[in-house]
Write a protein that binds this ligand. Sequence first.
Ligand SMILES: C[S@@+](CC[C@H](N)C(=O)[O-])C[C@H]1O[C@@H](n2cnc3c(N)ncnc32)[C@H](O)[C@@H]1O
Length: 291
Amino acid sequence: MPSPREESPGSRPGDEARALLVDAAHPSPARVYDYLLGGKDNFAADRIAADKIEEAFPAIRIGAQENRRFLLRGVRYLASQVGIRQFLDIGTGIPTPPNVHEVVQAITPSARVAYVDNDPVVMVHARALMTSDPRGEVGYLEADVRRPEFIIGSRLVREVLDFEEPIALLMSAVLHFITDDQGPERIIRTFIEALPPGSHVLATHVTDEHEPRLRSATARYRDDGVRTRPRSAAEFERLVFTGQGLELVPPGVVLVSEWRRDPAEPPPPAPAQVSAYGGLAVLPPGAPSGA
Ligand SMILES: C[S@@+](CC[C@H](N)C(=O)[O-])C[C@H]1O[C@@H](n2cnc3c(N)ncnc32)[C@H](O)[C@@H]1O
């Protein structure tokens, strides 16, 4: 059975020692999201920050759940309908079963997934809990999405993924952590240019278009040290998909709750409760590619 691959920039002490290095005094997006999804891998600072956000935007847990459901529907679609066998999941989050590799390896046991997150807590839990089917492979890289060249060029990603074959780039609920001054357009373009033809990009993004109270939630999160930039459907679509020369897969950019919703699922919540857009697009033949 191939051993899970792991890599982090610089030296990496043992997991226990590493966990002690975690900053438990300040909220982290991964642990706040874990708390909102009902997980247990969070600290008091995360719960306090999440509660403050929830006070301003009471539907935040519904939005988080709908985002997660979209991600799972999207990767299921990619594995079963498109035949994608390789996934680069950036902003993985703390493991929340079912995880991406579990969904896609249930369809294609030999599927390969490279998980990337800049939060050491995510990496500690991922290494402990996200074990690959022996026929496939899973790797973990601690890295910042704002360093796309490092991620694409890393030994870990190159060992897990074959850049000659289509890859699904997943950026679920991570792009709103990239503010305009950090050059989100260039970051996304750098990833896309490295992908071979036939690759896909799946992304979700928080929006305040349907819920004005989300603005005060955003301000509270910023006061706790986490900057976010909600974007409109048009901004998100241009930033990630159409402005990058990608072709959107129907139904295009819609609320995450409305994207290929399974008829067996209950009816979607109101748009204001969801407050997140999602989309999936393909690199058309002839798109710039660094493969
Ligand atoms: C809201 S969670 C989303 C988790 C998962 N992708 C999902 O949609 O269910 C956002 C994740 O992005 C990660 N993240 C935030 N900023 C990041 C950055 N600059 N580089 C890498 N990961 C980042 C956080 O650590 C967290 O795990």
